[in-house]
Ligand binder design. Structure first.
Ligand SMILES: [Zn+2]
Length: 341
């Protein structure tokens, strides 16, 4: 009966000529890592779990907030009230969606020190990040280990996506070595609407499925750009690798070799993340110590201290998100005052 169930679960996808029985078997054996489980990552993970991908690893450093729910389809109000890490909330939800997929949420920031370990053993990576530093790091790991990844970015009503397959087209560095004009805009400054998110994620997942079942071709793949408010869509052929590209031609993996970034201002809110302090925090102990300093709440994964106008969210791995400022020095001084240096 179990076999029957599995068969009927994917029957409409197996009927589809591009996938078929053989493709479905390959999906069942596939291992996919998602970097970032916010808006794009939620949509990607939801689709891949339903499609019957064998294993999904969700890597995300952030926690669920009420302002995420408008576009981050795996989360609900209870997740936001509990301030669950997105990786944990997504893992729970995906297990209810498809128990046949092995889902593993990892609460971590992808940085040079852990990138190869966290992505090792996976067939394909999906970009659900909100920043180019992490995308270039992902590109370094993918090119170095010969793994495909699918780039995707979205802001306001505009999105862009492209599959990057080492040896079969340009890599991210071929396209840009530094953030280009227009990319300074973030969801923080100009917002984002959910159809733009879902359009980009749908194209990313479609590329992923083609790659996983062995039906992807650089001849038909495209860079897609679209604006879902202006109703303008553009597809252009995959660019060739740039002959002098330091990543895919000279194989210099500068982002992977780099030191961890000192801090990052995150998309979606007025806050700074501190993540150079790589020592674990005892949240129970910290909770007792900080009780007299302000409003403290904690769960198994994080502790939140409200000291208006600031809010410190401390993770068990030692990271912190300091809300209420975009100034790195202020964030560091608050961390030093309440946690220690
Ligand atoms: Zn390149």
């Amino acid at each position: 009966m179990a076999g029957q169930g599995e068969q009927s679960k994917y029957s409409r996808q197996v009927l589809f000529a591009g996938i078929g029985e053989a493709g479905q078997r390959r999906l069942g054996e596939a291992r996919v890592a998602l970097v970032g489980c916010g808006a794009l990552g939620s949509a990607q993970a939801n689709a891949l779990a339903r499609a019957g991908v064998g294993a999904l690893r969700l890597i995300d450093r952030d926690f669920v907030e009420e302002s995420n729910l408008q576009r981050q389809m795996l989360f609900d109000e209870a997740d936001a009230r509990e301030a669950l890490p997105k990786a944990v909330a997504a893992e729970r939800k995906l297990r209810l969606i498809n128990s046949a997929t092995r889902v593993e949420g990892v609460v971590a920031d992808l940085v040079p020190e852990n990138a190869e370990e966290l992505l090792g053993g996976f067939d394909l990576f999906l970009d659900g990040t909100d920043n180019f530093e992490t995308r270039w790091l992902l590109n370094d790991v993918a090119v170095k280990h010969g793994r495909p990844w699918v780039y995707g970015a979205v802001v306001a009503s505009y999105g862009v996506t492209m599959a990057i397959v080492p040896g079969q087209g340009a890599c991210l560095t071929c396209l840009m070595e530094e953030p280009g004009a227009g990319l300074e805009e973030t969801c923080d400054t100009v917002g984002v609407i959910n159809p733009a998110v879902n359009w980009v994620a749908a194209l990313q997942v479609s590329q992923a499925l083609q790659l996983l079942v062995g039906r992807w071709s650089p001849a038909t793949a495209k860079i897609h750009r679209g604006d879902l408010w202006r109703n303008e869509f553009h597809a252009s052929p995959l660019p060739r690798p740039r002959p002098d590209c330091r990543t895919c031609q000279r194989r210099e993996f500068v982002h992977l070799a780099g030191k961890a970034r000192p801090q990052v201002t995150m998309c979606g809110r007025n806050s700074v993340q501190i993540h150079e302090r790589r020592r674990r925090l005892d949240l129970d102990e910290l909770s007792r110590r900080l009780a007299s300093q302000g409003d403290v709440r904690h769960n198994d994964y994080l502790l939140r201290l409200r000291v208006p106008p600031y809010e410190l969210t401390l993770f068990a791995d030692g990271r912190a998100i300091v809300g209420g400022t975009t100034d790195a020095a202020t964030a560091r001084s608050l961390y030093a005052r309440y946690v220690g240096s």
